[in-house]
Design a protein around this ligand. Sequence first.
Ligand SMILES: CC(C)(COP(=O)(O)OP(=O)(O)OC[C@H]1O[C@@H](n2cnc3c(N)ncnc32)[C@H](O)[C@@H]1OP(=O)(O)O)[C@@H](O)C(=O)NCCC(=O)NCCS
Length: 174
Amino acid sequence: MKSSIVTRPATGQDLAAITALQARVFGPGRFARSAYRVREGHGLMSRFCRVADCDGRLIATVRITVATIGGVPGAALLGPVAVDPEFRGQGYGRQLVSEALDALKAAGFSLVVLVGDEPYYGRFGFKPVPFKSIAFPGPVNPARILAVELVAGALPRYRGLVAAAPTPDGGGNA
Ligand SMILES: CC(C)(COP(=O)(O)OP(=O)(O)OC[C@H]1O[C@@H](n2cnc3c(N)ncnc32)[C@H](O)[C@@H]1OP(=O)(O)O)[C@@H](O)C(=O)NCCC(=O)NCCS
């Protein structure tokens, strides 16, 4: 039987499978990653998190954290993205990231930031931010802090520390 793969928003019921996939992909070092540090002490999921399923098995995930930067709202933190090693290089990472960015744009977000590889994330429009303009809790290689504007000209408004930001409309990190 041909397997069918679908992408969809994540729910609370996916949390165990998402956690298991992230543990498999990143190992114990994942807790030192920037996205984990930003989320520490806050809710675990936002409504923008997405997953891909293959016949009911979770094979890829992107986490999105609604954030403020220097206290300014309208930003989101992307990451981590994790694809099951068996399913890499087949476009699922790209699809999940594109869908998450589309959903954030439709919801009126202005900027998405991440810590990651420009050669991969450049295809979605992510670029390095001006030196020392955006900071993360914990040590981060500044060259890996990337951002994409969902609203043209938004980047200069965002300076300072990235922090998780629950929102009253349910779009937060509950
Ligand atoms: C990185 C990752 C999310 C990509 O997902 P994927 O579904 O395998 O990738 P896609 O099929 O969407 O895209 C594949 C393309 O990305 C490229 N790519 C993958 N990782 C890359 C990286 N670190 N830097 C540059 N390019 C990369 C591939 O070479 C391929 O290029 P092509 O389209 O020109 O052939 C996935 O490989 C993964 O889970 N890796 C381990 C965890 C990780 O590094 N996560 C990202 C940090 S949060």
